[in-house]
Design a protein around this ligand. Sequence first.
Ligand code: ZN
Length: 277
Amino acid sequence: MIALTHPYINDPKYWRERAEELRSIAKLLDDTDAKRQMRAIAASYDRLAEHTQQQSKENKSGEASAASTLIKGADDLMLDQLKESNRSWAARMVSENADFFRRLERQQAPKYLWIGCSDSRVPANTIVGVDPGELFVHRNVANLASPQDANYLSVLQFAVDVLKVKHIMVVGHYGCGGVSAAVDDERRGLVDHWLHPIREVCRAHRSELDDIVDTRARLDRLCELNVMQQVRNVASDVFVLNAWARGQKLAVHGWIYSISDGLIRDLNVTVSGPEEL
Ligand SMILES: [Zn+2]
């Protein structure tokens, strides 16, 4: 997003420099997708440079209207970039497997339900390297499985009763902003209600958490404890208990992801039946 107050917004030189910067970064990248995407954004900056050049030649009336036209132009270009990127992704998938989308269209039969955080840095399919169709996904702030949340319950019931997934993984992540916001004593409004279950977890493990001196390490431990609690919530839900009662195979796992190294750690709190609760 380009701020309205950007001092160089009308300066074609600014956009040319940004485009050059991106191209020099793209040269250093190994990942060809990232390289191509960065070059495409650089090309959209080139178009902005041309646009601003043209704009200043035409000397349109009023700085403000020129700026707002440009901002709309910049936003549109960014959105165009997403659409372009989608087209190239779809083409790549078909080039690798001509039947890819036809197969997905026919059915979805994922074996896994992923309950994760909404954080943009924790994209479910990407971090476990699986294609569309492999994961049924529910995400919310701080990966909560709250028994009063109709959205989560609907997803859980569909996954267990209809898709008959074999595994449910609750996936938290270190440095979770939601977990941190739950316990920082600031008031934010509605989200404070949403995050209330994390404060309960914090209270229940007060002495363990108080013994951790380092603030970051304490929050990371709370992220783990939150995942463990959500695993218990899922495993004690009536949909899951009913599935076990009718002999359906189903395991609930607790994982935590580290944004700093891209790795998932298993918290070893798997529940595979009511006797393990
Ligand atoms: Zn998070």
